[in-house]
Design a protein around this ligand. Structure first.
Ligand code: TTP
Ligand code: CA
Length: 362
């Protein structure tokens, strides 16, 4: 199951008056009013060639003649919608695996008794429930494995439902472009094109040996099997991590707060993205100071309430660094790190503070 034009669809739901117009969700870098890239766009905007990764300036030009709406990312909103939808999905399959903010796999082998008609009914029910409860359209693929289910969910986007029964695998695959296979990026695609391999059917004509020669053992074997629709990756419930940390080596050994702090902030940013992707909150924040002597020190603080917004984590980390430097007048840092612990799944309710934290106001 993959939600359609997810961020933009959330925005349409919050403000229905923009529905029908091209909607562009942007990651503004802040350098100039229009610098940054498109995070995603609705299908109206895609008709003009505006999609994830398009530079905002280009998007404005492409949509010049339209009444397009440009909005900044509001990640707390999308997180909250995603979490409610994932909770709906969890009730269905035998095993549930969320991938990213808007995608999930459900193993329904047992509950469908391996019957694709039952699988299809489950798929419809899931789509209907998400639409009724959250007014979000989704695309579902039902197939013998994760690779085929992913391709099937992409097949009729948006609002699609595609069933690939075992008998239909090869005909389903043959006409599709090799670039559609998950894991086939630009480079692999170009290399295949150079060998005149464009469709998955073309790919299926290559021997495992020649694929391995071109791409190495691992990717070569994957591609050989993928061309036949074979993939044995299990649907697996994600283990919930108990802590996440980031660490970096400083350009030079120092105990100067102003030179260490920007590095710490970068680490905090990356850590917080991970937290939000995993839809987790943390209870405490620590900093790690590795000194020029290689001695390791940590300092921790418990938050007033679990959080995953940048401002809170960044402020705690900065405070900890300041306190550490003050309490250790001879410490010279070689590396610095930040760690969050006491992780828990974030609750459905988005609190005001994280709602107005950086993404929204940027
Ligand atoms: P996708 O599922 O790739 O895209 P989508 O849901 O917007 O559109 P589609 O109908 O084709 O599924 O990504 C999910 C969300 O992730 C998307 O709404 C915004 C975000 N995203 C980015 O921020 N940057 C990116 O480059 C991509 C690909 C997605
Ligand atoms: Ca999607």
């Amino acid at each position: 199951m993959d939600l359609d034009y997810f961020y933009a669809q959330c925005e349409e739901n919050v403000n229905p008056s923009i529905r029908g117009k091209p909607v562009v969700v942007c990651v503004y870098s802040g350098r100039t009013p229009d610098s940054g890239v498109v995070s995603t766009s609705n299908y109206e905007a895609r008709r003009y060639g505006v999609k994830a990764g398009t530079i905002i300036v280009s998007a404005r030009k492409l949509l010049d003649s339209t009444d397009a709406i440009f909005l900044p990312m509001n990640r707390p909103l999308y997180d909250a919608v995603s979490e409610r939808i994932m909770a709906i999905l969890e009730d269905y399959g035998d095993i549930f695996e969320q991938v990213g903010i808007d995608e999930a796999y459900l193993d329904v082998s047992e509950s469908s008794k391996g019957n694709y008609d039952i699988g299809e009914m489950m798929g419809r029910k899931i789509k209907d429930t998400i639409l009724q409860q959250e007014q979000v359209t989704s695309s579902v693929g039902i197939a013998p494995n994760k690779l085929l289910a992913k391709l099937a969910s992409d097949h009729m986007k948006p609002n699609g439902l595609t069933v690939v029964t075992p008998e239909r695998i090869q005909s389903f695959l043959d006409n599709q472009e090799v670039g559609r296979i998950p894991g086939v990026g630009k480079k692999v695609e170009e290399k295949l094109h150079e060998s005149n391999v464009r469709s998955i059917h073309d790919l299926s004509q290559l021997s495992p040996i020649s694929l391995q020669e071109m791409f190495g053992r691992k990717l070569g074997t994957y591609l050989f099997l993928a061309a036949r629709g074979e993939n044995d990756e299990p649907v697996q419930r994600k283990e919930i991590p108990t802590q996440i940390s980031r660490i970096a080596t400083l350009k030079e050994n120092t105990r100067d707060f102003d030179s260490i702090q920007p590095i710490l902030s970068e680490l905090t940013q990356s850590l917080r993205e991970k937290l939000q992707n995993e839809q987790m909150k943390c209870k405490s924040v620590s900093i790690i100071a590795i000194l020029s002597s290689l001695a390791i020190h940590t300092r921790s603080k418990t938050l007033e309430s679990p959080a995953n917004d940048l401002r809170t984590i960044d402020e705690y980390a900065k405070q900890l660094l300041k306190e550490f430097l003050e309490s250790s007048p001879r410490a010279i840092l070689r590396r610095v790190g930040v760690k969050v612990t006491g992780l828990s799944k974030q609750s459905g309710q988005t609190d005001i503070q994280s709602f107005f934290s950086n993404d929204h106001s940027r």
